[in-house]
Design a protein around this ligand. Structure first.
Ligand code: H79
Length: 584
């Protein structure tokens, strides 16, 4: 009697809590349960296709002899409106076949698609009631978005729309600095806000999009309040639409998910949904000269890296003005699909794993009931056949995902599990080993990087975490025992470790590089630029003294090495040491 009264009170209290969270006056605040329900498919999906297609596809990246343009071409080549508008007449994608595009996404293992309904140029890829600057003014009289939506529905792919708030055609949006066509004194963000809401309403009504992917929100004239109004409007019209954070000002409290562009955060975005969007070559829109294609291997590793950090991968294609997805994209997506066919279970519906960086590759996981399944993505198949994970659980079973009958023996040691792989890698890029654990994941508490008794902190390369950029793939060079392929200044390296004896430390590392450049070193609250002198050769290492840093408190500490953008040239990096400075 007593017990059930308490239970009732608890139920009542928690109901009341939910009630309190879903206040109707601020529709942005909702219960966790409602958000979870809306996000379920998105969290399971993990892999989607981004499509950048518009009248900017017509010039194919080339203008007046320069070949590095794409969807920004009206701005980057400073093309006057009436010149740009000639592309409208030339846009006639007779080869467009919605089923074919959707088939490519499906075969790749992608679960959703997001296509540019309107990019920054303002041209609308559907017949809009709110402007003539739209598909209806081309000679192509078909409903492109409608055909794609229908094709997606047929095969169970979620259909989403990209919409740029920035608009280089609307007379009331801000003109570009160089622009003569639209005068500054017509700028009126209330008109823009209404236009955006009208068009989003129209898109929802016509195409019922599962995702609304905003962009071009960064001009300060688009305010948080505009974003809130738009968001509320969407919630009223389509409560289950998944909306990205660029609806407002990229904050965590407006929109459903974060949108790292062209990079993969070092630790994902803990406590929030996120999606990395990325190009397959260098550009979003079609550019016939762009041959900076990422390899299938690189793309697969990025998909796995993103999954292991709890995010989605929205991988871009830029079709031609005729309506064809470039063959280079198709071959890569096909190969990714073949891998997904075998290994999809280790990607879809998985969660980030809290296991620290491991030499062999990445880890994804699933929790089913009380038990945990680990998916070990082995990209460096160990020569001795021994795979170590610092996990203390008992093992129910272990096997290769490519051959479930291939049972693997797992040994429980003092510091974790060792799995006996015996045999060759089933996949040269990423072989998945499934380990079914009993109970919730138990990490080895002593496994964290620690200060030694003499106060020294050693941060080995194989325990570094990487913040990856699209144009590169930081990785450990096994021969040099160093971090290499640091090609892009937006890629960075970090370590987290435990400090029990704080104080002042001299930081040293070893570097090898061809040209002088600088690294920004951040430790606790201190940040400093450290000059890296060239060593002359990527294999010749020299000691770099990064100076003295102070760690004030005991606890977990993060050290970050970020390139200084100016004059960046790749640096190979070896273990970092923090040595206590005497006289502490
Ligand atoms: O739609 C894609 C990009 O067009 C858009 N977001 C993705 C999803 C985007 N807009 N702005 N940015 C990305 C970042 C700005 C890049 C710029 Fe540039 C640097 C604008 C001008 C210089 C890149 C290089 C675009 C034109 C030249």
């Amino acid at each position: 009697m007593m017990k059930s009264t308490i239970t009732l009170i608890i139920i009542f209290l928690s109901l009341n809590l939910y009630g309190g969270e879903t206040r109707s006056d601020t529709s942005n605040v909702e219960s966790m349960a409602a958000k979870d329900a809306r996000m379920e498919w998105f969290r399971d999906a993990r892999f989607g296709m981004f499509i950048h297609w518009g009248i900017y596809s017509v010039p194919a990246g080339e203008w007046n002899g320069r070949t590095n343009h794409a969807e920004w071409i009206r701005d980057t080549a400073q093309i006057p409106l009436d010149t740009y508008n000639r592309f409208i007449d030339q846009f006639n994608p007779v080869k467009f076949d919605a089923d074919e595009w959707v088939g490519v996404a499906k075969a790749a293992g992608m679960k959703y698609m997001v296509i540019t309904a309107k990019h920054h140029d303002g041209f609308c890829m559907w017949p809009s009631a709110f402007t003539d600057y739209d598909l209806a003014s081309t000679s192509f009289k078909r409903d492109i978005l409608g055909e794609l939506k229908e094709a997606c529905d047929k095969v169970g792919i979620k259909f989403g729309l990209y919409y740029s708030i920035m608009d280089w055609h609307h007379p009331n949006y801000l003109p570009r600095k160089w622009e003569q066509d639209r005068p500054q004194d017509l700028v009126d963000m209330e008109i823009i806000s209404a236009y955006v809401q009208n068009q989003i309403g129209e898109l929802i009504q016509r195409y019922d999009p599962a995702v609304l992917w905003f962009d071009g929100e960064w001009d300060k004239e688009w305010t948080r309040e505009h974003g809130e109004d738009l968001h509320r409007h969407i919630r009223e019209l389509k409560p289950d639409a998944v909306v990205n954070n660029r609806v407002g000002k990229r904050t965590r409290d407006l929109g459903d998910f974060g949108t790292p562009e062209q990079h993969i955060p070092a630790k994902g975005i803990p406590g929030w949904d996120w999606e990395t969007c990325m190009t397959m070559n260098g550009q979003w829109g079609y550019n016939k000269h762009d041959d900076r294609w990422k390899s299938t291997e690189d793309l697969l590793r990025k998909l796995v890296d993103i999954s292991s950090k709890g995010g989605n991968f929205l991988l871009n294609v830029g079709p031609t003005a005729e309506g064809e997805i470039p063959i280079q994209s198709i071959t890569r997506l096909k190969a990714m699909g073949q891998w997904m066919q075998v290994n999809g279970e280790s990607i879809y519906g998985t969660q980030a794993s809290s296991i620290r960086p491991l030499v062999f590759g990445k880890v994804t996981q699933k929790v089913e009931g009380n038990d945990t399944t680990l998916y070990l993505h082995v990209s460096e198949w160990p020569e001795d056949g021994q795979l170590f994970v610092p996990v203390m659980n008992r093992v129910a079973s272990a096997f290769l995902l490519s051959d479930r009958k291939h049972v693997l023996h797992a040994r429980k040691g003092e510091t974790g599990l060792t799995i006996d792989l015996s045999g060759a890698a089933p996949d040269s890029v990423d072989s998945v080993v499934v380990v079914k654990l009993i109970g919730a994941l138990e990490l080895n508490p002593l496994d964290q990087l620690q200060q030694s008794e003499d106060g020294i902190v050693t941060l080995p390369v194989d325990r570094a975490e990487f913040g990856q950029h699209h144009a590169g793939n930081l990785q450990i060079d096994a021969k040099l025992k160093a971090i290499g392929h640091w090609n892009h200044p937006d890629a960075f390296v970090q370590w987290t470790f435990m400090v029990n004896n704080p104080g002042r430390f001299r930081m040293t590392t070893e570097t090898a590089s061809l040209k002088a450049c600088s690294i920004k070193v951040s430790l606790s609250d201190q940040e400093r630029e450290v000059a890296v002198p060239p060593s002359g050769n990527y294999g010749d290492f020299q000691t770099l003294d990064a100076g003295v840093f102070e760690i004030k408190d005991t606890g977990v500490c993060t050290l970050i090495f970020k390139p200084v953008r100016k004059d960046w040239s790749p640096v190979n990096l070896r273990a970092v040491s923090l040595i206590p400075v005497s006289g502490n």
